[in-house]
Design a protein around this ligand. Sequence first.
Ligand SMILES: Nc1ncnc2c1ncn2[C@@H]1O[C@H](COP(=O)(O)OP(=O)(O)OP(=O)(O)O)[C@@H](O)[C@H]1O
Ligand SMILES: [Mg+2]
Length: 382
Amino acid sequence: MAKKRPEGYLTAREARKISKANRKITNELEKKRKRKNVPESEYTTQMKNPENAVEFDDLHTYFFTDAGTVKSVDGVSFEVPIGKTVGVVGESGCGKSVTSLSLMQLLQRPHGQIVSGEIRLNLGDKVYDIAKAPQSAMQDIRGNQVSMIFQEPMTSLNPVFRIGEQIEEVIELHDGEGKTKEDIKARTIELLEQVGIANSEGVYNMFPHELSGGMRQRIVIAMALACNPKIIIADEPTTALDVTIQAQILDLLRNLKDQINSSIMLITHDLGVIAEMADYVVVMYAGRVVEKGTAEEIFEHPSHPYTIGLMASKPVVGKEVDELYSIPGKVPNPINMPNYCYFKDRCDRCVEACNGEYPCEISLSETHKVSCYRYYDQKEGK
Ligand SMILES: Nc1ncnc2c1ncn2[C@@H]1O[C@H](COP(=O)(O)OP(=O)(O)OP(=O)(O)O)[C@@H](O)[C@H]1O
Ligand SMILES: [Mg+2]
């Protein structure tokens, strides 16, 4: 009988076998992605609802690692309506960043790949399916149509270039046609003022290390908004900031979004931020959407046991508790997901049906959807 091995242990031979199989899959996908002169018709499609800016439809994004396939995003579907803010919440590692990086095609390749599903991006006159778009088409999309604000501004700014040069580079690259150097500088100063930098001429000539954290984050926002993108992805935009600056930055983001009528996909752990900013909320757990709805539905009537736990673990001012609630247990291993509800092992509200396969999505209202067996009696025809 084989000796019992610790969980996740692989012999060199097994790892080689996995890596060979991975290479075969990723080479195939890369070949497709790197093709040149792909006719646009191959990756144009139609929106389900033209009022949406983005529609994620059954997106699967995997990382083919030597230890096995990590199913980071495993069948995610949600929409971002034009002019609205959609908050994405969920435990660390549940696939929030990977979902947004898929939209930008900024996954760490070749091992990170969109393997199936659609990401429909509404460009006004046409619709692209980002999941099928070749690398060459993405240059126009990034920055112009979709832009991203990262968590830590110091990592998105280049320490050896002045602020002015860095913003100008973005404008030149994406929106520079027919513009003189003076035009670009004027636009840069205008952007700095728009994001509330008082000494715009001075900051123009400064290096990133000469600015405070809040100012740096404003610069990153200025760069993200330089080309009036249709979608702004903000991945934990205020985590590194103190609460007063956080409120200012969020206000700024909201106002700028309204000025250019774009949509925000806001990723955060912070339910307070979501409550303040979001029109819609998507709750993710272990690579799947477990519940989604309008902010009111999610905050007033959280339905999935995970969302209920999430709401219960939020501290409330004026309410005295001995210990804050925390959800017991941990997320399942992403390489080896169970074939039943991923939350079952941590759930204290299970019903008998929970032993069955992963629950499908149930509509509690037109906008409120939940994947949980407890609501199966509300399923149509049952
Ligand atoms: N480059 C990578 N290679 C392998 N696995 C990765 C890679 N990037 C992410 N993953 C895996 O994908 C899963 C989802 O990661 P992701 O970064 O989307 O989490 P997240 O929800 O953004 O978490 P956080 O709130 O901590 O930022 C994790 O299990 C992570 O280990
Ligand atoms: Mg993340």
